[in-house]
Every structure is written in C-alpha cells, then in structure tokens.
Design a protein around this ligand. Structure first.
Ligand code: HEC
Length: 203
C-alpha cells in the first residue's frame, strides 16, 4: 500500500467515525425514516389513525355502527319463564377479571334450569369442553392426556364451586385453562353451567 492510499483509507475511516458519532449527538432525534409505510400503514386500519380519512365521515377510519346495531353491553334477554318482565344482562362485564371469588358470590344463572336447557348445555359441553374435561367431567378427556392439569369437577376442591364461578372461568379462563369467551356465547355459557353442575354431583 502506498503512503497516499494509506492516508485515504485513514480519512475514509475517520469520516465514517464522524458520521456515526454525529448521528448520535441528539438523542431526541428519531433519524430518517427509510420506509415510513412500515410504521404508518397506507391502508386504512380500523384501530389506528395517523392521518385524516378523506372518505369516511368525521375523517375517521373507524365507521359508526349501522343503524339498529345492538351494543353488546345491553345484551338483555328474558327467558319468558316465571316472570317474563324480568330481563337479565347475560354479559356480566362488570366483574373484574381477577375477581373469581366475587363472580361466584354475585352471579347467579339467569337461565332457569329445565331438562331441555340442561340437555342443550350437555351438547355445548360436548362441543367445547369434553375433549379436555371428559364425558363425565373427571378431567380425563383425550386432550387431557397431553394437556395436563385438567381437574375433576366432582373433586372436593370443585364439587361446591357455584355457577357464577363456573361462568367466570368459561369467560376469562383460569390458570392453565384459556378463556372460551370467543367461541361460546354468554347464553350458551350459562347453559353449560347447568350441565357442569350436574357433573359436579359425580356419578
Ligand atoms: C384445553 C383444555 C380445556 C378446555 C377445552 C376446557 N378446559 Fe376447563 N380447565 C382446563 C384446565 C387445565 C383447568 C385447570 C385450570 C388451573 O387451575 O390451572 C380447567 C379448569 C376448569 C374449571 C375449574 C376452575 C377452578 O376454579 O379451579 C372449570 C369449572 C372448567 N375448567 C370448566 C370448563 C368448561 C365449562 C369448559 C368448556 C366451555 C372448559 N373448562 C374447557 C382445561 C380445559
């Protein structure tokens, strides 16, 4: 390497060093965005908004619900049994996720027991729970062979848990059991509760 080449290499190295150091002198500067559409989607995303939407009302990405939409919070149903004037809020959103004991104390099954309701609960149980909890609720479903820790409903620990507790577990999950809120409707959850309570009695 000639002396000139050496100097050039040194200069080049120095300028890179200066450039690198120079880019750090202001910690608040976020720098150049190389590809901004990686951070801010060009497509209209319902849950994020970083610029005004020129098509939708109010410049919002999110649309208002169509007229006549019933909000989930007011999912009130009456079961036309003893007292058809009574409506029940099946959603029970107001119990915090960490308050299982409170749910057990405060929530009662708004769907009155009947043989046909229990029968519906059984079908729903077979569809959603049986593969883990087993036909008789003993925690011996096929999946439980691999997914450990499925308890027996009629064990001393569980045979007395109230319906609200069971509803809460289906809704929010507990420990190793995941929430089933996305696949089981509130009304169906309460029907399953009737059937789980049958299984709590053991055979
Ligand atoms: C993927 C397997 C699986 C499925 C599906 C499943 N469970 Fe569970 N369940 C578990 C496990 C594991 C536990 C033990 C949770 C823990 O304490 O870690 C459990 C616990 C429970 C308990 C006892 C909660 C307590 O307080 O200890 C109830 C009640 C229950 N499940 C009901 C249901 C119902 C009803 C369904 C259907 C809607 C269902 N489970 C679906 C695995 C499952």
């Amino acid at each position: 390497m000639t002396k000139n080449n050496k100097n050039n290499a040194l200069l080049f190295g120095l300028s890179i060093l200066l450039f690198v150091l120079g880019s750090c002198n202001n910690p608040n500067r976020t720098g150049i965005e190389f590809a901004p559409n990686m951070y801010n989607s060009r497509a209209y995303e319902a849950q994020t908004q970083w610029r005004s939407n020129s098509i939708n009302p109010h410049g919002m990405n999110m649309r208002e619900p169509v007229a006549g939409t019933v909000s989930r919070r007011k999912y009130n149903t009456d079961f036309m049994q003893d007292d058809s004037s009574m409506v029940h809020d099946l959603m029970m959103y107001d119990i915090p996720k960490d308050s299982i004991e409170m749910a057990g104390r405060l929530l009662t099954n708004p769907i009155p027991w009947s043989e046909s309701v229990e029968e519906e609960g059984k079908v729903l149980y077979e569809r959603n729970c049986q593969h883990c909890h087993g036909t008789g609720g003993a925690g011996d479903g096929k999946v439980a062979e691999y997914y450990k820790g499925v308890p027996n409903y009629s064990s001393d620990a569980l045979k007395n848990i109230p319906g609200g507790h069971i509803y809460w577990v289906i809704t929010n999950g507990k420990g190793r059991m995941w929430s089933h809120a996305s696949q089981v409707l509130p009304e169906e959850r309460w029907k399953i509760v009737h059937y789980v309570q049958r299984l709590q009695l053991g055979s």
